[in-house]
Design a protein around this ligand. Structure first.
Ligand SMILES: Nc1ncnc2c1ncn2[C@@H]1O[C@H](COP(=O)(O)OP(=O)(O)O)[C@@H](O)[C@H]1O
Ligand SMILES: [Mg+2]
Length: 703
């Protein structure tokens, strides 16, 4: 049959999908979409207690249709096989049924033709149910990630979404932290070992009602489930440290998200980078978990082997954002065969489907049945149209509308650990990361010691001559300006931290406040170290104001300044998350502030608009400089070399007349102002993240 002849057929003439045994050896029998199922049809799983059996029956009565039931047959066979996931009571709480109707996502066209949006996915219908794994397949660029993002409520702000998504029969979009999502790229703390990463994550996410040893055990089991036992003590590694392989990192990412056995799990290409055996085991174990814990799993997947393919319950096949097929995996072969694309024997069915619908390398391809030639685009069109008119599509629509009508529980937010636990765990984790990451503080410590020695030797034994007044001013300004400026060196490491925080926050592991607390407390010992050691070197070599109280104030002020710069860079990172741009922006801001410190231009000479008001009052260097100068000069006497004047000149006089400092308040006030600024900047960081979070979730809801 020619393609054109085929198009002209009336719907009644079109070959339709009918339930029949799949040509593959799939153990899943053909689907019959009956919403009800009698309890006698439910089979026992060998590892199930009677209480669980009863509970499962109830859940099945509510949700499960025939394909799910048939998958249970399959499960009972599989459960006899090698790996049995730990027996634990199923967690209480509602399951998640996801259904979507006419889902479309588009982005504004970048070209000048305004109003013509580029459609990424178009009119998708489908559903995902507890205990089942839905596979989304399609050539790269077909919209798999976009579909997952739309369902998880994570579409970027430049997209427009139409259609409805029902979560447990409620018309809603999933918000922050309501589901677990393993994204396509792995964002992990590179300095931690697999065991540490998973264990800390377990502590962060699991409820306080579980004991620490139970959480540890859960982490260990999950590591085993993902086949990472052999690599548990290996560091994850990144661009600077060689650690895990790509496939192992993938599995660590999955591990972290399945720790809580989430009710709804999105996986974007979980098997990329894995060998075929690892892919099989990973998908098999996820499928087992999903059945055991009644998890709803949606995974996009590339190139599954036949064995992996048969582990899925439903298949959503996309090409250029359109549905080619949505329905039971076992019926896909039938559908392709009836529409003229039977898969050749000895081929992997998924390979065949993808080959049939990948138009990126468009060439004429041989049509299975008649040996006539047709282009891939025509094949896609033909299959998409055939699907729309098929009986299976009607059944999917019916199923979707049935699921939409059943109102269930509201989905709860992710982590159940208390704020205190989260803060303590984050502090510990962050402390360890800072300890192991050379770039965070150690390199800076080295550079600061070097600079401390430079300053110390250049201004060695500064003395109390009249000329030392200017020299003291320069030393102190250099310390406050340069040492704080170099805090930018730790920015790339902080941006890495922010990326991990972004992923964990989206998945609801913990909140912004816990992150801020953890980051603040963990950095204190390092900041003390990098301000005390180089500070002492410079202070005593130069021979600044004698007396330990003066040195302690000097070190304390340096420490608060370091903390303040870190806070400023946090705010920068929350606005410009790219590290190169962040460094440039941060350096620019600090450069402008240093100019207002009252050294390069004396306070009275600063132009009133902008530089005096408000910059002189905003610039933290001004307060830092004031504090350092007051600490240094107050109480010292210098010889006066001006003719006609008194023989000595006091430190207070110098501060007032030479440095033009306001003397109405003490150095402690400057310290307090700086400390207040630390708090203010950290609150600003907190508010920016919170606001962007709110904006994002409300824009998702209002789409
Ligand atoms: N936010 C976006 N803005 C512009 N184009 C996008 C956006 N998201 C996705 N796309 C485009 O949509 C297509 C599908 O992308 P994606 O869903 O990532 O594909 P897949 O995951 O199937 O490989 C790609 O061509 C991609 O360039
Ligand atoms: Mg993708």
């Amino acid at each position: 049959m020619k393609f054109s002849d085929w198009i002209s057929l009336s719907p009644s003439n079109i070959l339709r999908w009918t339930p029949a045994a799949s040509p593959s050896s799939s153990p899943v029998p053909p689907p019959v979409f009956s919403p009800e199922i009698s309890s006698s049809q439910v089979e026992d799983e060998p590892f199930m207690s009677p209480a669980h059996h009863h509970e499962l029956k109830q859940q099945l009565d509510q949700y499960v249709d025939e394909p799910a039931k048939s998958s249970k047959k399959k499960n009972s066979e599989e459960n006899k096989s090698s790996f049995v996931i730990e027996m634990e009571p199923k967690s209480e709480g509602s399951t998640v049924v996801l259904a979507w109707e006419d889902l479309c996502v588009s982005v504004p066209s970048s070209s000048s033709s305004k109003g013509n949006d580029r459609v990424i996915i178009e009119g998708l219908n489908g559903y995902a149910q507890p205990g089942e794994v839905l596979a989304i397949m399609g050539p790269s660029g077909s919209g798999k990630t976009t579909l997952l993002d739309a369902l998880a409520g994570r579409l970027p702000s430049n997209t427009r979404q139409l259609g409805v998504i029902h979560v447990n029969g409620r018309k809603q979009t999933l918000a922050f932290g309501t589901s677990a999502y393993v994204t396509q790229d792995d964002t992990l703390t590179t300095t931690l070992t697999v065991k540490e990463a998973v264990y800390y994550s377990a502590l962060l996410q699991l409820p306080d009602s579980m004991t620490t040893s139970e959480k540890k055990e859960r982490a260990e089991t999950t590591i085993k489930v993902m086949g990472l036992h052999g690599a548990r003590n290996t560091k994850i590694g990144g661009w600077n440290i060689k650690g895990l392989s790509g496939g192992q990192k993938r599995r660590v990412s999955i591990c972290i998200e399945i720790l809580t056995r989430p009710k709804l799990l999105f996986l974007d290409e979980p098997t990329s980078g894995l060998d075929s055996a690892a892919s099989y085991h990973v998908v098999n174990r996820i499928a087992k978990l999903s059945r055991q814990y009644r998890m709803t799993v949606i995974a996009s997947i590339h190139q599954p082997s036949s064995e992996v393919f048969n582990l899925f319950h439903n298949l959503c096949l996309l090409s250029s954002g359109r549905t080619i097929y949505f329905g039971p995996v076992s019926a896909a072969n039938e559908f392709f065969a009836l529409n003229g694309y039977p898969y050749p024997t000895m081929t992997n069915p998924s390979d065949h489907y993808l080959k049939t619908i990948n138009k990126d390398f468009d060439e004429d391809m041989e049509q299975g049945s008649g040996g006539k030639l047709t282009t891939t685009e025509e094949a896609i069109y033909k299959l998409a149209e055939a699907y729309k008119t098929s009986q299976i599509f009607q059944q999917v629509k019916l199923q979707v509308s049935n699921l939409c009508k059943r109102e269930g529980g509201i989905l709860e937010k992710g982590s159940q650990a208390s704020f205190l636990t989260q803060s303590v765990v984050l502090t510990r984790r962050s402390f360890l990361n800072m300890h192991r990451d050379l770039g965070y503080y150690w390199l800076r410590l080295g550079a600061y010691i070097g600079l401390g020695l430079c300053v110390g030797t250049i201004f060695l034994n500064i003395g109390t001559s009249f000329g030392s007044i200017q020299a003291r001013g320069s030393v102190l300004l250099f310390v406050v300006a340069f040492l704080t400026f170099m805090a930018i060196g730790g920015f790339p490491s902080f941006v890495e931290d922010m990326k991990i925080f972004g992923r964990e926050r989206l998945n609801g592991h913990y909140g912004v406040a816990a992150f801020v607390v953890g980051n603040t407390i963990s950095s204190v010992p390092y900041l003390l170290m990098i301000s005390l050691i180089p500070g002492a070197l410079a202070y005593y070599l130069v021979g600044l104001h004698k007396g330990y109280q003066h040195f302690l104030f000097f070190a304390l002020l340096l420490f608060v300044c370091m903390m303040l710069v870190e806070s400023l860079m946090m705010v920068v990172a929350s606005i410009v998350p790219d590290f190169l741009m962040g460094i440039i922006v941060g350096a620019g801001i600090q450069g402008a502030m240093i100019l207002n410190a009252g050294f390069f231009r004396l306070p009275n000479d600063l132009p009133n608009p902008v530089w005096k008001y408000p910059m002189y009052y905003i610039s933290f260097h001004r307060y830092a400089n004031e504090g350092f100068y007051k600490n240094e000069f107050q109480g010292l006497q210098f010889p006066n070399n001006q003719i006609g004047g008194p023989s000595t000149i006091s430190g207070e006089e110098i501060l007032k007349t030479i440095w033009q400092m306001p003397m109405g308040y003490s150095k402690w006030v400057d310290l307090a102002v700086l400390f207040g600024m630390v708090v203010l900047y950290r609150l600003m960081f907190f508010s920016i993240i919170k606001l962007s979070e709110k904006k994002k979730s409300s824009s998702c809801l209002n789409r």
